[in-house]
Design a protein around this ligand. Structure first.
Ligand code: TTJ
Length: 666
């Protein structure tokens, strides 16, 4: 009995060991398949949406790994290519994803990273540099799960390693050494799965470029090259900013006339208790500079993610400037004892600032989970900014005087501006409003059906008035250029007749009290000539909406009319082309001889009422662009670039700024 039992026990433990080993592999396999399958079942949980934003998210997710490697100090160049067929390749010159076996999974590092959820970065505990969080940082395995195929090549320790995954991240083989090499780095190419991204699998070069340019600003010294290989002659842009966020602030202020030469830069670290046993380190940097404008612009980031809703880092920043500026103002007698303190709003007027922190364990709150919640951050940012700003003011008394003078003027203007706003509210509020005389209103009073066309020039305004659908379309003609609100005080803006007309016609008041539920039209259509003046007016109008009725833009009520550029008459029929390609298509289809005449429209005024209706205003046949704003920082950069161009506008606003304007087939 004794012996039997013993033997039995030995057998058992042998079996158990085998079981455990196969269990481990089976467990890994099942875990892998179940994990990746879960991502495919509910992609929204991992990348937010399967629309264009989610599609581009895949790129950010892969690039984040290379940026982490760069932040760890092992990589200084990242290349992102959009290939023909809308696949993406990301190449870095880092240490390369590990190719040896990871104990926990029994798989190579590469297989682990690309098949097991949340397996990014931290190999062997020591490399705790990975700081990604939020929607970013869900891991390369999520990209693999949502791809039709994905290839990885690792150059590491003299070897070239390769693996390919099929639809949904299924390995098509094991990681293999396929050759030798002398360099190091990681290359990943993937094709998003069209059965997941049913809406769109075409990448926008502009979105990718803008985002990676921002990454280059936020992580100084990294070179990021962006290539669009879909074009006949590939588009290539390279971004590298030695000055990081200092250069970012300069660029954002480029068009706003800075009132000081230097950008104030604050940098520091703080520690906090990450777990009862472990300390965590927070890195914090802030860059700021005042400009002549009256608008504050403070953008914040945590681990390279734009925290749109702000949070504790922004609170720390505001606490610091409020404290330091007031202390200085009383000490240097800008304010007398007993006088009312300068408000944070006074202090932020005309200030462009970037607050960027790196945190090992960020917690996000708020409606869109873009508000930083970690309470320990407040004090650290406040200390870093407080210390640097105080020293800057003491060491640069002349600049300090310029800044304090501006802030004191803002405080004085605060009351006046409030009065001016009150006036507008009274004019546009519940009391009887007299609609502007120049407005040809529509007869319907249902905002959902109503459209307001803001039209450049009186003659085009005339055609639009005669050609429109009087039931639903209202026309407001503008005379000449409108005021650049970027460079005007609130009082001046409200005194401007054209701006006053728009405010009254739209009917929702102005920010901060702008009430989108009160607007009289659900489509505000900007209709300007297709020339330089026209695009200038369009940008001035968008700037006005952006500063005074922001939700009009963020909620998608603003549109840009698309008048045709060419007309071809053939056998008594008219053909309209909205761009050069269309003109060529028409010429081909009609079989026109070279030299056959066509009309090039220089302005809306050249069209009569009927033509304008047919080509640009008839809801059945018109094409309009809907203005959207998905990212305030990038929009700010767009404005700043456009407004700052000496030859204005250097780039075409609509085509080059996908962030801001998207196509709508209406
Ligand atoms: C991690 O720590 C050990 C040495 O290698 C580190 C690493 O993984 N580096 C790394 C990963 N560099 N680049 C990547 C990477 C690059 C791309 C394009 C995609 C992914 C998932 C990782």
């Amino acid at each position: 009995m004794e012996e039997e039992t013993l033997v039995q026990t030995e057998l058992n433990s042998q079996e158990q060991m085998e079981d455990r080993a196969s269990e481990k592999y089976t467990a890994t396999d099942i875990q892998v398949l179940e994990g990746l399958e879960a991502v495919r079942k509910r992609p929204g949980m991992y990348i937010g949406t399967t629309g264009p934003a989610g599609l581009h998210h895949l790129v950010w997710e892969i690039v984040d790994n290379s940026i982490d490697e760069a932040l760890a100090g092992y990589c200084d160049k990242i290349v992102v290519k959009i290939n023909k067929g809308d696949t993406i390749t990301v190449i870095d010159n880092g240490r390369g994803v590990p190719v040896d076996i990871v104990k926990k999974s029994g798989l190579s590092g590469v297989e682990t990273v690309f098949t097991i959820l949340h397996a990014g970065g931290k190999f062997g505990e020591t490399g705790g540099y990975k700081v990604s969080g939020g929607l970013h940082g869900v891991g390369a395995s999520v990209v693999n799960a949502l791809s039709e195929w994905l290839e990885v090549t690792v150059h590491k320790d003299g070897g070239l390693y390769y693996i390919k995954f099929g639809r949904g991240g299924k390995p098509l083989g094991r990681l293999e050494r396929i050759g030798d090499c002398t360099d190091r780095g990681t290359t990943v190419t993937f094709k998003p799965d069209p059965t997941i991204f049913t809406e769109q699998t075409v990448f926008s070069y502009e979105i990718i470029r803008d985002h990676l340019k921002q990454m280059a600003y936020l992580n100084r010294g990294i070179t990021i090259e962006v290539r669009d290989e879909r074009e006949e002659t590939p588009v290539v842009e390279t971004f590298c900013y030695k000055g990081g966020i200092v250069e970012y602030v300069s660029a954002l202020n480029k068009a706003k006339t800075p009132i000081m030469e230097e950008v104030i830069y604050c940098e520091g670290r703080g520690t906090f208790q990450l777990t009862p046993e472990k300390e965590g380190h927070i890195y914090c940097e802030v860059a700021m500079q005042y400009n002549e404008s009256y608008n504050p612009f403070v953008a914040s980031f945590c681990n390279n993610i734009n925290t749109h809703e702000g949070g504790t880092h922004i609170e720390g920043f505001r606490m610091a400037v409020q404290r330091v500026i007031n202390d200085y103002a009383f000490e240097k007698k800008y304010l007398k004892e007993g006088q009312e303190k300068l408000t944070t709003d006074d202090i932020l007027e005309g200030l462009t600032a970037i607050v960027s922190i790196k945190h090992p364990n960020p917690q996000y709150e708020g409606q869109t989970k873009t508000k930083l919640g970690n309470t320990e951050v407040r004090k650290i940012v406040s200390q870093v900014v407080g210390e640097y700003l105080k020293r800057f003011l003491l060491e640069n008394p002349k600049v300090a005087d310029i800044i304090l003078t501006k802030i004191c003027r803002a405080a004085e203007a605060r009351m006046a501006a409030r009065m001016a706003r009150e006036n507008v509210r009274r004019k546009t509020g519940l009391e009887v409003t007299t609609l502007p005389g120049k407005l040809a209103d529509c007869s319907s009073k249902d905002p959902e059906k109503c459209e307001l066309y803001i039209v450049e020039g009186n003659s085009a305004g005339g055609s639009a008035k005669n050609g429109r659908d009087r039931e639903t379309q209202a026309i407001l003609p503008l005379r000449g250029k409108i005021l650049n609100v970027e460079k005007a005080t609130h009082e001046k803006a409200f005194e401007n007749a054209e701006i006053g007309n728009m405010i009254v016609a739209i009917g929702g008041g102005v920010d901060p009290e702008f009430d989108v539920s009160k607007i009289r039209y659900h489509k505000i259509v900007i209709m300007t000539d297709a020339d330089v003046d026209g695009s200038h007016i369009r940008i001035l109008l968008l700037t006005f909406f952006y500063r005074y009725m922001r939700s009009l833009i963020t909620e998608g009520y603003v549109y840009i009319a698309q008048p045709p550029l060419y007309k071809v008459e053939y056998h008594g029929k008219q053909y309209y082309a909205y761009n050069d390609e269309q003109l060529e298509v028409i010429k081909k289809q009609l079989n026109l001889k070279p030299g056959y005449p066509f009309q090039r429209y220089k302005g809306l005024g050249e069209m009569d009422a009927e033509q304008l209706w047919e080509t640009t205003m008839d809801p059945k046949s018109r094409k309009m662009l809907r203005v959207s704003l998905s990212d305030a920082v990038e929009a700010e950069q767009v404005f700043s670039d456009l407004m700052g161009d000496e030859v204005f506008p250097r780039k075409d606003f609509i085509h080059k700024n996908a962030k801001f304007v998207k196509n709508l087939d209406i």
